[in-house]
Design a protein around this ligand. Structure first.
Ligand SMILES: C[S@@+](CC[C@H](N)C(=O)[O-])C[C@H]1O[C@@H](n2cnc3c(N)ncnc32)[C@H](O)[C@@H]1O
Length: 249
């Protein structure tokens, strides 16, 4: 991973957060995110949660050399007119490429929980004139996306950092349109080392009612893209059972 940074709050980050609140307020005026289920209603996963250390997985040059985003968009059938949520957008490697792919009739919700990362991405989106991108500040247990707004939710190299994965998945459900898919790309290694073993991922998503519908090894198996269909309704938080045993190691 490159670009490791301390994530302490600075005056700059505070100002950026205030600016984003203004953006969020105007977006909210158009279509408010529904009230979410509070974080403390959900169980915590029975495995380490990786810290947030960077706004990108690796350099964009490195990723472009292997055609990462193009391959992922092809596997997911991303096309003009779709609405895609880039959850944990970071510095926007996927956001800018999704924006180009979905075009003026589509939309990209670039969501993150780190105000300074979002401020950097806001500058990038403005500089590149990406008019179909909406920046959204979420919370660890809730991406805070508008209801029925998303065809594909994409979570790239970030699942292992989610402090409240069961809450985030359950609170994502109202944002999904009929037929929507949730796609998760991660490294095949333990969560403490910034990856998620595929069996663990499948188990944790199943605990929230998601069903795996496709699995694509990438980079010779070092990483993978897993695709899930959501449940028709959110499970009661108290009924969610975290994964134990082999899957949670
Ligand atoms: C390693 S970076 C990856 C960024 C980008 N997806 C990429 O592929 O380069 C992980 C990102 O996930 C974000 N993140 C961590 N937990 C999150 C959560 N619960 N909800 C949304 N974003 C989160 C971090 O702030 C960070 O920007």
């Amino acid at each position: 991973m490159v670009g490791r940074r301390m994530v302490g709050r600075t005056a700059h980050a505070w100002l950026a957060g205030a600016l984003l609140c203004l953006c969020a307020a105007s977006a909210a005026a158009q279509q408010a995110a529904p009230p979410s289920i509070p974080a403390d209603r959900f169980p915590k996963p029975l495995r380490p949660i990786a810290g947030i250390v960077s706004d990108q997985w690796s350099s964009e040059d490195t990723r472009e050399r292997v055609g990462e985003a193009a391959r992922v968009m092809q596997l997911l059938g991303i096309r003009p007119g779709l609405a895609v949520a880039d959850i944990g957008a970071g510095s926007g490697y996927y956001t800018v490429r999704l924006s180009q792919r979905v075009g003026p009739a589509g939309r990209v919700f670039a969501e993150d929980i780190m105000p300074d990362y979002l401020a950097g991405l806001q500058r990038r989106v403005a500089a590149e004139g990406l008019n179909n991108v909406t920046l959204t500040r979420g919370e660890a247990h809730d991406p805070r996306l508008p209801p029925a707004s998303v065809d594909v939710a994409l979570l790239v190299h970030m699942y292992h950092e989610i402090d409240q994965p069961f809450g985030l998945l359950a609170n994502l459900l109202p944002a999904l349109r009929p037929g929507a898919r949730v796609a998760i790309l991660d490294a095949d290694r333990v969560t403490s080392q910034h990856g998620t073993p595929p069996a663990l991922l499948e188990c944790e998503l199943r605990a929230v009612g998601f069903r795996q519908v496709a699995f694509h090894p990438l980079e010779g198996g070092a990483t993978y893209l897993a695709v899930f269909a959501p449940p028709s309704q959110a499970p009661a938080p108290a009924s969610i059972v975290p994964c134990r045993g082999e899957a949670a190691r």
